[in-house]
Design a protein around this ligand. Structure first.
Ligand SMILES: *[C@@H]1O[C@H](CO)[C@@H](O)[C@H](O)[C@H]1NC(C)=O
Ligand SMILES: *[C@@H]1O[C@H](CO)[C@@H](O)[C@H](O)[C@H]1NC(C)=O
Ligand SMILES: *[C@@H]1O[C@H](CO)[C@@H](O)[C@H](O)[C@H]1NC(C)=O
Ligand SMILES: *[C@@H]1O[C@H](CO)[C@@H](O)[C@H](O)[C@H]1NC(C)=O
Ligand SMILES: *[C@@H]1O[C@H](CO)[C@@H](O)[C@H](O)[C@H]1NC(C)=O
Ligand SMILES: *[C@@H]1O[C@H](CO)[C@@H](O)[C@H](O)[C@H]1NC(C)=O
Ligand SMILES: *[C@@H]1O[C@H](CO)[C@@H](O)[C@H](O)[C@H]1NC(C)=O
Ligand SMILES: *[C@@H]1O[C@H](CO)[C@@H](O)[C@H](O)[C@H]1NC(C)=O
Ligand SMILES: *[C@@H]1O[C@H](CO)[C@@H](O)[C@H](O)[C@H]1NC(C)=O
Ligand SMILES: *[C@@H]1O[C@H](CO)[C@@H](O)[C@H](O)[C@H]1NC(C)=O
Ligand SMILES: *[C@@H]1O[C@H](CO)[C@@H](O)[C@H](O)[C@H]1NC(C)=O
Length: 737
């Protein structure tokens, strides 16, 4: 209870102070004639501010508001009061006798002249003074002479009129006009001289009428400045009389202050009632000064002292134009729109034309592609892959467009390498996966056959150390093969080539050897159909980022039917790696791969190329070089310097022995790949041994051998006679690698 009454008391006292400050002024005269009277002005005691009559006005019987003897026509809140002040004159007759004069002193009370007023003299042969006894008895003068009336357009600048500005703060003055020649020379058109004060812009001089009798105008509006008190806002502080929502402002007069409504408010700043400063509704006001600047008034929302431009949901306000714009999609008008419209139209036409063209081309292309597909053995391949039995790898048939897109139109920058079998491109499939795309050389029909062969071989293999074939494209003139992308180059590059790096340690080399041996062993005996790679060499061993070996390039490989130990085929391979027995007899069996692998082992051990013409005549071939070194017990001389260390000498000797065994002249004397793999694996230590069987699955039932037999038979039927001739040239080309 006590707290409540205290609270009420607080409210009352607050209201009371406002009442005292602002004053409700009920019962005060608010209007006289058509001039409204507002506080701090008033006509009766208690209605005007202050006790010294500074703001006291009088409304006389004819409803004229009088201040200091002059009629008040306007009072503004910003410290201005307009009164009508009588002009002064002097008139003469034609003889030059003065016939009339009026120039009385005018007192403005505690108000002063605004600098908006102009001291004006009208007449020819006229000069006039404004005298004041305030601030040191000074005078302001103005002079005008003329002999004939000159037509002017309203400005008081010449031809019987002159104007000059006045200092502020005059409140007691007299205006006196004079004539140089008692108007005798100009009397016919200008019998009198006039002088008066007038608000700037409120007197339009018209020489013909005003020189004769000043259009009977006897009073002119004059602006007076008023202010509260004699102290500045800073001096009065919070003791000012400003009302609600108003603030104190120092007067232009130099003394006292005035009150002003805050921005966005309008009313009498001296009051704290319904006539005081109130919020302007900028959204509805007709005043141009306060009107909102939202692009659409329906978006305008009035707030206290301000306004907001709001947008419906889904729209954003653009602060520079105050207009609503659809979220996310700016609307363009004018040239942008026209430009867009035109270009879109143009594009549509282009599109239609190119569509028709493409359709015609497409038809042609489709036929061509069908032709290529068949020519490339697509039909046979499809039959093999789907009909002839299950394959371990899903081979996807890619379209020509897909390949073109993936290789950026077979761009040169995408070429990864150019080998004997063709060009390998880096391709990026629509799902962003990176692949390697091998393209046969144009115009080499034998390679087309090899491509098909590789597809068939690789489709049988699913091994982690064999490059995965993802698919092929047969619609092009030359078929394309799509592989998984192995990014770290070939073993050849690492040992001798561009990617040579000293980080290929013995451990790496031994592991790579184990991986290759294991893979070949798998191909020879564990894969669903035995496969002879036929082109084992370091250039066909790819390394991934973990330096894991991936055997690649099965273009020359052969599937060997289970019931046959060896095949007679055209001799194929790379000089330096080629099994001499196979070269001489043309009889292919798995020991040919063993020989090639032996050479690879030697390369790993020595870091030397398989065939090097820089070496002495007898050791150009790495095998003979190696064998003679072994025989002469100077193996350490040919082992790669960065490979050998104290711990691995025994291992190296073992591997060297295996390499020499693998490269024995007679195939029968060479170990089987399986044995080699096991021995190498044994060298790596026991901890990895158990992985062997897990890593390589047991051979699956080889049911679909019939189809393969046909291919083998095809291989057999190839004319052996010319094969060997062709191979000689091929061998010479590849010997340079
Ligand atoms: C105010 O009244 C005077 C006469 O008293 C008249 O001449 C003048 O036009 C009026 N002004 C307005 C705005 O009505
Ligand atoms: C002008 O103000 C002073 C005090 O500020 C006062 O004494 C005097 O009466 C006022 N003059 C008139 C004409 O009201
Ligand atoms: C009222 O004031 C006006 C202007 O000063 C004057 O013309 C008029 O004669 C006055 N009326 C009376 C009754 O004093
Ligand atoms: C004073 O004049 C202004 C225009 O100059 C007018 O808007 C205002 O209403 C006038 N005030 C009075 C009290 O007549
Ligand atoms: C007017 O002027 C004439 C001569 O110019 C002179 O005789 C006369 O006395 C003057 N009248 C007055 C009232 O000054
Ligand atoms: C102003 O002039 C009057 C006579 O016109 C004189 O009595 C008074 O002393 C003068 N004042 C000053 C400050 O010069
Ligand atoms: C009147 O003429 C003067 C020059 O004679 C010119 O400067 C002024 O702009 C003109 N005023 C109007 C309102 O035409
Ligand atoms: C003007 O009139 C006065 C007397 O009224 C006289 O003394 C003076 O000489 C006259 N001047 C001229 C130029 O006529
Ligand atoms: C006003 O001026 C005209 C001439 O334009 C004159 O006839 C009339 O008497 C004058 N009226 C007054 C009241 O001075
Ligand atoms: C606002 O509109 C102007 C003129 O249309 C445009 O230049 C500006 O980018 C727009 N601003 C935003 C933030 O959308
Ligand atoms: C709208 O008016 C406000 C002040 O009221 C100003 O700050 C703003 O820049 C104006 N915006 C436009 C678009 O004119």
């Amino acid at each position: 209870m006590k707290i409540q009454s205290l609270f009420l008391l607080a409210i009352f006292s607050l209201a009371y102070t406002h009442l005292v400050k602002g004053q409700s002024l009920s019962g005060c005269q608010t209007r006289c004639g058509n001039v409204s009277i507002e506080y701090p002005f008033g006509t009766s005691q208690g209605c005007y501010y202050g006790g010294d009559n500074s703001f006291k006005l009088t409304c006389n019987e004819t409803n004229k508001l009088i201040f200091g003897g002059n009629e008040v026509i306007n009072i503004t809140h910003n410290g201005e009061l307009r009164v009508l002040v009588t002009r002064s004159y002097v008139c003469y007759n034609s003889q030059g006798n003065q016939t009339g004069r009026s120039n009385r002193w005018t007192r403005l009370g505690n108000l002063t002249f605004s600098d908006k007023n102009r001291f004006t003299a009208v007449g020819c042969n006229t000069y006039a003074f404004l005298n004041t006894n305030e601030v040191g008895n000074y005078s302001v003068g103005c002079m005008s002479t003329c002999s004939t009336p000159r037509e002017t357009n309203g400005t008081c600048s010449s031809g019987g009129c002159c104007q000059t500005s006045l200092p502020r703060r005059i409140n007691y003055f007299r205006v006196r006009p004079y004539s140089f020649s008692n108007h005798t020379s100009v009397h016919s058109f200008n019998p009198c001289s006039y002088a008066f004060l007038v608000e700037d812009g409120m007197f339009n001089f018209r020489s013909s009428e005003d020189l004769m009798n000043l259009r009977n105008i006897t009073r002119f509006p004059v602006v007076l400045d008023w202010s509260i008190g004699k102290h500045s806002c800073q001096q009065v502080g919070s003791a000012n009389i400003c009302g609600w929502n108003s603030e104190c402002s120092n007067s232009v007069r130099g003394t006292g202050y005035i009150c002003k409504c805050k921005e966005g408010f309008d009313g009498n700043p001296y009051l704290s009632n319904e006539k005081g400063c109130k919020d302007i509704n900028e959204c509805t006001t007709s005043s141009t000064v306060h009107k909102h600047n939202c692009s659409d008034s329906s978006t305008c929302v009035n707030t206290m002292g301000h306004f907001l431009c709001t947008c419906p949901s889904g729209f954003n306000l653009n602060a520079t134009t105050n207009s609503c714009m659809r979220k996310g999609r700016p609307e363009y008008y004018g040239w942008t729109q026209i430009f867009l419209g035109t270009s879109i139209g143009f594009l549509v036409i282009l599109l239609v034309v190119s569509c028709v063209q493409r359709k015609m081309k497409h038809k042609k292309n489709t036929e061509l592609r069908k032709h290529f597909f068949e020519q490339n053995g697509g039909g046979m391949l499809r039959q093999r892959l789907s009909g002839a039995g299950p394959s371990n790898v899903e081979v996807k048939i890619f379209t020509e467009e897909g390949m073109k897109e993936a290789t950026n139109g077979y761009d040169e920058s995408r070429i990864l390498g150019q080998g004997g079998q063709g060009t390998v491109y880096k391709g990026i499939l629509p799902d962003n996966s990176v692949v390697a795309i091998k393209k046969a050389r144009l115009g080499d029909s034998s390679q087309v056959e090899q491509f098909i062969n590789e597809v068939l071989v690789l489709s049988q293999i699913n091994h982690r150390n064999v490059v995965k074939l993802l698919g092929c494209c047969l619609e092009t003139e030359v078929p394309l093969l799509v592989y998984e992308f192995i990014n770290s180059g070939t073993l050849f590059d690492h040992l001798h080539g561009s990617l040579f790096d000293s980080s290929l340690t013995w451990e790496h080399r031994l592991r790579i050897a184990v991986e290759i041996a294991g893979t070949l062993a798998y191909l020879h005996s564990s894969a669903s159909i035995p496969i002879i790679h036929r082109d084992v060499k370091t250039a066909n061993i790819l390394l991934d980022e973990n330096l894991t070996a991936k055997v690649a390039d099965f273009g020359a490989s052969r599937l060997i039917p289970m019931d046959k130990e060896q095949l007679t085929t055209m001799v194929q391979g790379t000089l330096g790696y080629l099994d001499p027995e196979y070269y001489n007899t043309g009889l292919l069996n798995e020991k040919s791969d063993v020989y090639s692998f032996g050479v690879v082992l030697m390369e790993l051990l020595s870091g030397q190329k398989a065939l090097c013409f820089d070496r002495p005549q007898t050791s150009k071939h790495l095998v003979s070089y190696f064998a003679s070194a072994m025989k002469e017990k100077r193996l350490h001389e040919i082992i790669d310097g960065q490979v050998m260390n104290e711990d691995n000498q025994k291992e190296i000797q073992e591997v060297a022995r295996i390499a020499v065994e693998c490269t024995r002249l007679m195939g029968e004397e060479r170990p089987r790949m399986k044995e080699v793999a096991a021995e190498l694996e044994g060298l790596r230590g026991t901890k990895t041994k158990h992985k062997w069987s897990e890593q390589y699955p047991e051979p699956q039932e080889a049911e679909h051998l019939l189809g393969v037999e046909i291919l083998s038979a095809q291989g057999d039927t190839n004319a052996i006679g010319y094969d060997s001739i062709m191979n000689v040239t091929r061998l010479h080309i590849e010997a340079g690698r």
